[in-house]
Design a protein around this ligand. Sequence first.
Ligand SMILES: Cc1cc2nc3c(=O)[nH]c(=O)nc-3n(C[C@H](O)[C@H](O)[C@H](O)COP(=O)(O)O)c2cc1C
Length: 201
Amino acid sequence: MVYLGKIKKHHTAMPHISIISSSIRIGRNSHRVALYFKNYLEENKLATAEILDLKEYNFPIFEERLRFMPTTPPANVLEFAKKITDTDGVIIVTPEYNGGYPPALKNAVDLLYNEWHRKPIAISTVSDGSFGGTQVITSIQFSLWKIRAWTVPAMFPVPKAPEAFDENGVPTDKAGTDKRAANFIKELLWCVEAKARMDKG
Ligand SMILES: Cc1cc2nc3c(=O)[nH]c(=O)nc-3n(C[C@H](O)[C@H](O)[C@H](O)COP(=O)(O)O)c2cc1C
């Protein structure tokens, strides 16, 4: 067992965490939070990390689920599906748009099915106002529960995102942000570890 700060690690090999950056908006702020998590996980050697950027994937508006597509699925859909299947855990970074989550994220969730099953998913909500997008949590959590993902009971709300992080994801208050991240990531890695043990046994 390896101890890293307050985070206990049973893993001998590092887990792999995929960070879904959900905003495709021009001038988006929440991508900064995705960059922060990647840096945080790597700097603290807690996991290998990769950002799955929905702006880069640029999926068309949903027409059918991957498993029911009548024609050959686009290569980037297959790639996204494989990355979700192979990853140990997911962090979804989502902005709050009118109390809900953005269409690009709904698109990506609905595309897949078995790939989400029992996948540990921690959700970080972001806004440019004072409330940190906390109202979006119920809708995204419910959709993920419906699709049988394993939503991690931890929150990482980010209010005033443009002031809290710079464009490279460097937090203004590093000590405070890292402390909150440690608690959030600890819950995610607990679920990742639990799943790994159950899958092995
Ligand atoms: C269509 C739209 C609706 C929004 N609705 C809310 C909202 O309900 N609550 C909130 O706190 N911020 C809301 N915002 C502001 C976002 O919090 C803000 O854009 C923030 O920077 C996070 O999203 P981003 O990653 O797209 O920048 C909204 C923004 C847009 C574009």
